[in-house]
Design a protein around this ligand. Sequence first.
Ligand code: UT7
Length: 336
Amino acid sequence: MLRSKIIATGMYVPPRVVTNNDLAGIMDTSDEWIRQRTGIEQRHWAADDSSTSELAFEASKKALENAKMDKSQLDMIILATLSPDHEFPGTACFLQRKLGVPGIPALDVRQQCTGFIYAMSIADQFIRTGMYRNILVVGAELQSKGLEKNDNGRDVAVLFGDGAGAVVMTATEVKDPKKDPHVLSTHLYADGTFAEELWVAAPGSANSADRIGGDDLEKKLHYPHMNGKLVFMNAVKRMPEALETAFKQNGITMEEVDLFVFHQANLRINDMIAKQFGIPEHKVFNTIQKYANTTAATIPIGLDEAVRAGKLKPGMLVASAAFGSGFTWGSAVYRF
Ligand code: UT7
């Protein structure tokens, strides 16, 4: 049976650490509020001359190195981001240029916090059909340049960080599904009813005369706006639903999963899901404390950190789930 598997991971965060206290110096917030409400202790912010594709490039190099794969063996690049280098072309094209692999398809995925699960699912489909063998799947975000870093934007600005994670997915012949590494299934969802509950309105073609103009800047339409409570309520409902569907489809139980690598939006969201399912603490791998919410990058960063911490080993069964802007959500179950 032809399937895809993750053969290596890599990650990169820019060197500058910004603590909660650093933020309290520039906006009306506190270390206590941020820790209590979110679990975040610090995040990384990129330099002014950096870009999403540069963070992606650094993470990708590590993933390729860990895969012991030459870049010339890649058949495709899929990159998930909500903070692209430019409006167009897609950031995957800039990453492809940095990697020096002209010719292969380079696809951007714009599914925000669920971006990596969508990207992984797309890669899985291309590999299952036999169209491609080796796909670089990346989640990368440079959020800090897009945040309103003052009292007005504090509800969102404290939540996000910069960083990138990458995995190399490759074709594999699965003989024993109970043992052989492979992606068992992915499950994708969206509900555009809630599109404006977490969004950046401008620039965009739905705006009146220009993509950005008039009083858009004064109205702060170029910054993210979020209905935090609604997002939270939906996340704790939709992520468990997506996990349950994945378990049912594969005939596995929660207990069989060795490690849960969830999206990192809020430690309280992940704690609530773990409690709901009775998942022991040591089976949930969180990184939000160090990196905050890096949107599409949280899951590949989590995988790479877990590998390097010795918590994720070959043969382990992993489950991931994410929820975010769109609303979009999804899950994936894979043997590592
Ligand atoms: O990745 C997917 C996208 N994001 C999410 O999944 C986030 C989901 N939502 C959340 O995680 C939470 O809703 C937040 C962490 C964003 C907010 O937590 P909350 O417990 O829902 O707080 P709140 O929005 O109800 O705000 C409580 C208070 C408000 O003050 P009043 O009205 O009670 O006086 C806010 O003005 O906290 C205030 N507040 C802050 N105070 C200090 C909001 N942001 C801050 C801040 N520092 N940064």
